[in-house]
Write a protein that binds this ligand. Structure first.
Ligand code: GLC
Length: 488
């Protein structure tokens, strides 16, 4: 059945040609590079002070905290080595009042949840030492050490007051200390960094960890020298084996803010409406076209536009359709995964609340078409981000004289997991951008639990650095036996 003519007025914003994709990728690379050169750029390119990826042999038990997805998650992670781990976890709801209230109240709630977790589930970590906790805080943070970083801005519906500009590790540690909870926050981790580490721990070294969930973002490994904004002294210190030893640095791109200046993204009237009505207008432009928090809302805006033009459901709407964020991306995934028009019709009545008598056969096709253009665009844009990082790091080709090991990308998040054929669609778009040979080298795989396992792995890295430092310090305490005394 032909689509109503009104659809053709905005469809082009959702169909991205190969040329358009190539153009977006070149802008992307430019913004990645700008973020590495100086602070304060949209694509923040945050050095994580994580200097390598694990090899699967790591062992130990750690606490992990995950804030930034749908729920607050507290976990106890046991790393057994041999790429194996076990997680005990508990989820806690973060209400809108907490998300938008005072930061102190939010952090007190987080500390209370850790306390409740330790009491409810019990922890096997028994020692006088405080428990080491990795904090997965999935918001843009300007990190200054593995355990310190200032919040740059909130995203994904959070807007707690008196947090921006503050060190989030300190906010959390102060809350633990106020409540006498014997936990030390020793590592601050973005979920993408966690995903990268977790994927590497489980299935061998990866280049990129990417989240396509409530928000979207990616982290990757770069040469420390490339992170020019760190300054020559810090780079030299790192390379010489100083406190943050290593030639490599995991960089959290914060690619959700790509093209906030709107130079190349295909911004339709529906994207503009979504942005204008959001709590962070003119921010996270890329994220607002790709991630789970928004795909349902863009679809809602399209359907309402068609209803207003009497081109859908006989011009009848519903309470859900009239409500801001009335339905989420699960509806889009549901329609895309439906096996028959009847199934789509059921979803329209049950999840959108439209009365069956207003739904014609053509309406079902229109709804299917709307979810498809929204999700196809999201998949293609997801591919531009991956391609930009692959090209930036020179991984589109096999390095000369080396065996082709391919490029591994760990992905996580509700869109990656539940949007039908997500990986295949991203791979198809990668083939358009990088060519068949380039795209074939890229392996994408779900790295579930990145925010838990990754936080534990980072806490382990931080603990090792801490132990090394205190060992080094102890060498200089008169009368105390340190390795240097033993060597003599
Ligand atoms: C948002 C956050 C980012 C996070 C991503 C995925 O883009 O700013 O830090 O990694 O969501 O959760």
């Amino acid at each position: 059945m032909p689509l109503p003519p009104i659809c053709t007025t905005f469809e082009p914003y959702f169909l991205l040609s190969q040329d358009r994709l190539t153009d977006i990728v070149s802008h992307f690379r430019k913004e990645l590079e700008e973020g590495l050169e100086s602070y304060g750029k949209d694509v923040a390119m945050v050095p994580s002070f994580v200097t390598g990826v694990p090899d699967g042999t790591e062992e130990g038990t750690f606490l992990a905290l995950d804030l930034g997805g749908t729920n607050l998650r507290v976990c106890e992670v046991r790393l057994f080595g041999q790429h194996k781990f076990e997680i005990k976890q508990q989820k806690y709801k973060v209400s809108d009042e907490l998300k938008e209230g005072q930061a102190k109240v939010l952090f007190d709630y987080i500390a209370d949840s850790v306390d409740a977790f330790l009491t409810d589930i019990g922890s096997d970590i028994s020692s006088n030492e405080p428990m080491h906790l990795g904090f997965t805080f999935s918001f843009p943070v300007e990190q200054t050490a593995i355990d310190a970083g200032k919040l740059l801005t909130w995203t994904k519906g959070f807007n707690a007051k008196n947090a921006i500009g503050n060190d989030v590790v300190k906010l959390l540690q102060d809350a633990f200390d106020r409540k006498h909870i014997h936990v030390r926050c020793s590592a601050l981790v973005n979920d993408t960094v966690g995903t990268l580490l977790s994927r590497s721990y489980q299935s061998g070294p990866a280049l990129i960890g990417a989240i396509f969930g409530t928000g979207t973002n990616g982290a990757y490994i770069d040469k420390t020298r490339t992170v020019k904004k760190l300054g020559e002294d810090k780079i030299a210190e790192a390379e010489a084996g100083g406190e943050h030893a290593g030639q490599f640095m995991v960089v959290n791109t914060e690619w959700g803010a790509f093209d906030n200046g709107r130079h190349c993204l295909p911004v339709s009237i529906f994207d503009n409406k979504l942005d204008r009505e959001s709590i962070n207008p003119r921010k996270q432009a890329f994220e607002k076209m790709v991630s789970g928090m928004y795909l349902g809302e863009i679809t809602r805006n399209i359907l309402l536009h068609l209803i207003d033009a009497s081109a859908l459901f006989n011009g009848y709407s519903s309470k859900i359709l009239n409500t801001h964020y009335g339905f989420d991306t699960a509806f889009v995934s549901g329609v895309e995964g439906a096996k028959s028009p009847e199934e789509v019709k059921k979803l329209i009545t049950s999840q959108l609340g439209v009365e069956a008598k207003h739904i014609q056969e053509a309406d079902i096709e229109i709804v299917q078409w709307a979810t498809k253009i929204v999700s196809d665009r999201a998949c293609k844009l997801a591919a531009t981000a991956i391609a930009a990082v692959v090209l930036h790091t020179g991984n589109d080709k096999v390095p000369e004289g080396e065996e082709d090991k391919g490029v591994d990308v760990g992905i996580d998040g509700s869109v990656a997991e539940f949007l039908p054929r997500f990986s295949e669609r991203v791979s198809e778009a990668l083939a358009e951008i990088l060519g068949e040979d380039g795209s074939k080298r890229i392996r994408m795989g779900l790295a579930k639990d990145g925010s838990g396992v990754g936080a534990a792995l980072t806490a382990l890295q931080a603990k090792k650095a801490l132990d090394k430092r205190s060992e080094a310090n102890s060498q200089f305490i008169p009368g105390k036996k340190g390795p240097s005394h033993q060597a003599r």
